[in-house]
Design a binder for this molecule. Sequence first.
Ligand SMILES: [Zn+2]
Length: 170
Amino acid sequence: MGENATGVKSFKIDHRRLRPGLYSDTKAYSGRCITTIDMRLVQPNSDDNPPLSTAAMHTIEHLGANYLRSNKEWEKAIIYFGPMGCRTGFYAVLDGPHPSVEQRTRHLFLAMAKHIVEWPEDKPIPGATEEECGNYRDHDIQGAKAAMQKWLEVFDMEKEPNYYPFSYPE
Ligand SMILES: [Zn+2]
């Protein structure tokens, strides 16, 4: 494990054991408490559960960022939201301690997912004009909605009572 990888918890997690969920890591950076949220949509390196397309990822990035930044209660805490290069999920960086086990934090990300699921297919995607976006043709609203719907099902605890999708595997 390289020097740079030691600071971010998700790099130290055994990705063979990582399943979809909502994970978090809170650390102090220069005396400031910062939370990294790992919004894991698909199981890493799984043939049965392939990574998202770039187009679906891109649309989730636009709709997700728009939702988080226009959320009055949270807008000041949102530092960053963006895709993982492996296309298995997203990172959100929040100002302050906001562990994913907390009801308030869970609610934000699950509400964001519902917001995307409910987004009308014919409604323009925020920030996705040629003027505003670096690859405005590469969007997939149906793919984005399907991925979010599938992710929300992970939190149906009745389906699999022994699976706790809010803590990284030990
Ligand atoms: Zn874009």
